[in-house]
Ligand binder design. Structure first.
Ligand SMILES: [Fe+2]
Length: 258
């Protein structure tokens, strides 16, 4: 996707930070595994969902890490996805989740409540257990009166199962400023078992007000995207920008990602 030369040239001086990000990422994974911020750091105040007056599901839904009996579900509450606080106070929010065999949720499988912590940018991560292997499921989230788009996921076959085929797609190197993710719109309509994303999921380079090669004429991106990502807040904003792409959102809603 486009010219990678400047990126390769920059890679050498990025290595130190990449190593740092990898280690920081490992710490984040550990924190997520417990699904709560570090002990003593969790925000005590809980937001009344009725205080959310704008659609918080602007970044869609996603699933990943398919296993024979479990699936990982994701969303993030972001009424204002292009602002640092996403338009939410620094309070935790209780989010309901639901898994069913069908898109209309007439045949429920499992449901529960998860907490969106401000420390995690109000992202929601649910590991659903007790599922059947090699099977499609549908899921959605709810907070107050707001219901998320419906996502579709699929569990992995049992280890050692005799399967005749496995349909997967691979993605890599998605640079927002190089143009639209039209291919993902097509990918969302494909009959796939799983999508393997090889990275890069995002690029740290500046994105101009017109979205680079996207050349928006109907809107302008906030100026904080027009510089290299360095801080945690920069990266959170940048993830939000990518996640707000409707084609990427459609791909995430249609298939589990690894
Ligand atoms: Fe790349």
């Amino acid at each position: 996707m486009g010219n990678h030369l400047p990126e390769f040239r920059a890679a050498a001086r990025r290595i130190d930070r990449r190593q740092f990000v990898t280690r920081a990422g490992a710490a984040a994974v550990l924190a997520f595994a417990a699904n709560t911020p570090a002990a003593g750091a969790a925000t005590a105040r809980r937001l009344n969902p009725r205080a959310i007056t704008e659609n918080p599901f602007t970044l869609g839904v996603a699933s990943g890490d398919p296993q024979p009996a479990t699936a990982l579900l994701w969303t993030r509450l972001a009424p204002e996805p292009y602002t640092a606080d996403s338009g939410l106070p620094a309070e935790r929010v209780e989010v309901e989740w639901e898994v069913a065999h069908d898109e209309l949720f007439a045949v429920p499988v499992n449901s529960g409540t998860a907490t969106a912590h401000p420390e995690f940018h109000h992202s929601v991560r649910v590991e659903v257990t007790g599922l059947s292997a090699d099977r499609v499921y549908y899921y959605r989230f709810r907070v107050g009166a707001w219901i998320s788009p419906v996502g579709r996921t699929r569990t992995a076959p049992l280890a050692g199962a005799r399967i005749t085929e496995l349909k997967f797609a691979t993605l890599s190197c998605q640079a927002y400023y190089h143009g639209y993710f039209t291919a993902y719109r097509h990918l969302a309509a494909e009959d796939l078992d799983v999508v393997v994303h090889l990275g890069d999921y995002l690029y740290e380079y500046a994105v101009t007000a017109v979205g680079g090669a996207r050349n928006y004429t109907d809107r302008k991106l906030p100026s904080h995207y027009n510089s290299e990502t360095i801080t945690l807040e920069d990266y959170r904003l940048r993830y939000g920008l990518y996640k707000s792409d409707p084609d990427l959102m459609a791909a995430h809603a249609a298939h589990p990602f690894i």
